[in-house]
Design a protein around this ligand. Structure first.
Ligand code: SF4
Length: 199
């Protein structure tokens, strides 16, 4: 019974947010999925800004992602650049125009206004519950976490107090560690599914 109730609340919120988002971006000639891709690209690191990673994160088909990328590029919201080690791979970066659009549209006014009236303590409780729900869904279903870098088990420290990725053996900047990553691995044990994943 409780599972159905949780599902109903999440679904209703999802419907409201999608409808509001659709309205907010209509003037810019965008579809919700195109805004989702733009938003994802603004939060991910350079290991995760390829069309393949976008496909994995959003669970969309390659064809849909490819069309979406074309639209975003045509509108000047993203730009492509080749990987410096492998010219067959290209990365996608949000342009200044794209960043401005995101500032205006995410979160939508409807959602931001509602959150404003909630006390801070309640917002933290909601945040914690949503983190637990997301973590559990991802772990139980063996789905990639796409978590924030500083919460990853491969995130290490260098002697001079910098950051280092022990998976790809590359240094990380302060900015990198706040971004999400397709290679992220949770630090919790498989049985501790209720621990926090994303911060
Ligand atoms: S530490 Fe983890 S999240 Fe960060 S870049 Fe490396 S694999 Fe990705």
């Amino acid at each position: 019974m409780k599972t159905n109730n949780i599902y109903d609340y999440v679904e209703r919120l999802n419907n409201l947010l999608r409808a509001d988002s659709r309205q907010a971006i209509a003037a810019h000639g965008l579809q919700p999925v195109q805004l989702e891709v733009l938003h994802y690209l603004s939060t991910c690191n350079h290991y995760s800004d390829t069309p393949m990673a976008v496909t994995e994160y959003l669970g969309q088909t390659k064809g849909t992602v490819s069309q979406t990328i074309k639209v975003l590029e045509k509108k000047g919201l993203i730009r492509k650049y080749s990987d410096k080690n492998d010219k067959r791979i290209y990365h996608l970066k949000v342009s200044a125009t794209g960043k401005n659009l995101l500032i205006k549209t995410i979160p939508t006014a409807m959602f931001a206004n509602a959150c404003e009236v909630l006390p801070d303590k309640k917002k933290l409780e909601i945040l914690d519950s949503l983190k637990q729900l997301l973590t559990t869904v991802l772990q139980i279903n063996n789905i990639k976490t796409f978590g924030v870098c500083h919460t990853c088990r491969y995130n290490g420290k260098t002697k001079d107090d910098g950051y280092f990725c022990n998976l790809v053996q590359q240094p990380l900047t302060v900015n990198d560690v706040d971004l999400i990553c397709r290679e992220h691995k949770n630090q919790v044990t498989p049985n501790s599914v209720t621990k926090n994943l994303m911060k």
